[in-house]
Design a binder for this molecule. Structure first.
Ligand SMILES: C[S@@+](CC[C@H](N)C(=O)[O-])C[C@H]1O[C@@H](n2cnc3c(N)ncnc32)[C@H](O)[C@@H]1O
Length: 241
């Protein structure tokens, strides 16, 4: 377990479990159905870092037979409690050995890598995830853009952490989630676009497309910077040929 995995904490797990798709989070998920419909063939899905199951339920709602895995026992317990028909499994750090090679059409990782420190660990995990993809399989990697840690948002605040501006690749950064009662800062690891691309290449993955969702004026959410700065980056990946 990463020392940065604040989600292991009970109070945090509770706050996170209550979250569905409010505010800025809505942008991370809004365009995924179209992206998946365009690029993914088949319905076997792995939700890597499923947390309290939000992203797994989302996939199940789209018709995927999704397995949610997480290193946090508390999160898995909550995910299973909210979705008794779902398949949620506790895994040891990086241990995906229970899944046969090439057994998934889609691997989704939504915000999981925001907390995973270190290049080697990221490369090893992406390599393992790539090995689980079927020949036409795709990984969808949703991560925080570095800009999220230096702006204000509908659902996050970073004004108390001006030191985030000086953070380099791999440094810890702090951000407060304003949609939940628990206002203690979340500690993430800042990892810019070029560093993710280097990790994907080292893991034998190829970027098919990248998407940076922006808020729209006609959406019923009081956007702060979301209409001009994208808080999330969505990478669609496949195994390199
Ligand atoms: C920010 S939460 C996102 C949860 C979910 N994907 C969502 O969108 O609501 C990140 C999750 O990744 C999990 N995680 C961190 N490192 C992991 C690892 N090495 N393997 C599996 N899960 C991990 C954490 O325990 C946490 O539940």
């Amino acid at each position: 377990m990463s020392p940065f995995n604040v989600y292991e904490d009970l109070r945090r797990a509770e706050a996170y479990a209550a979250l569905e798709f409010p505010g800025t989070y809505y942008l991370a998920y809004r365009d995924l159905p179209a992206l998946l419909a365009e690029h993914v063939r088949g319905t076997r899905a792995l939700d890597f870092g499923c947390g309290a199951g939000r992203s797994t339920r989302f996939l199940r709602g789209l018709g995927f037979a999704a397995v949610g895995v997480d290193v946090s026992e508390e999160m898995i317990r909550r995910a299973a409690g909210r979705d008794p028909g779902g398949d949620y499994r506790l895994i040891a750090n990086g241990d995906l050995g229970q899944f046969p090679a090439r057994s998934f059409d889609l691997v989704l990782s939504a915000f999981t890598f925001d907390n995973i420190p270190g290049r080697e660990k990221k490369v090893a995990l992406f390599e393992a995830l790539g090995g689980l993809l079927s020949d036409s399989g795709r990984i969808v990697s949703v991560v925080s853009a570095p800009e999220i840690y230096t702006h204000e948002w509908a659902s996050f605040s970073t004004r108390d952490f001006p030191e985030n501006r000086a953070a380099r690749c791999g440094d810890p950064v702090r951000i407060i989630m304003t949609d939940v009662e628990d206002r203690r800062p979340v500690v993430d690891i800042v990892w810019p676009d070029e560093a993710y691309r280097e990790v994907y290449a080292a893991a034998g993955l190829e970027v098919v497309t990248t998407h940076r969702p922006l808020g729209r004026e006609d959406e019923p959410i009081r956007w702060v910077n979301e209409t001009r700065v994208a808080p999330w980056v969505i990478y669609l990946l496949r195994r390199a040929r």
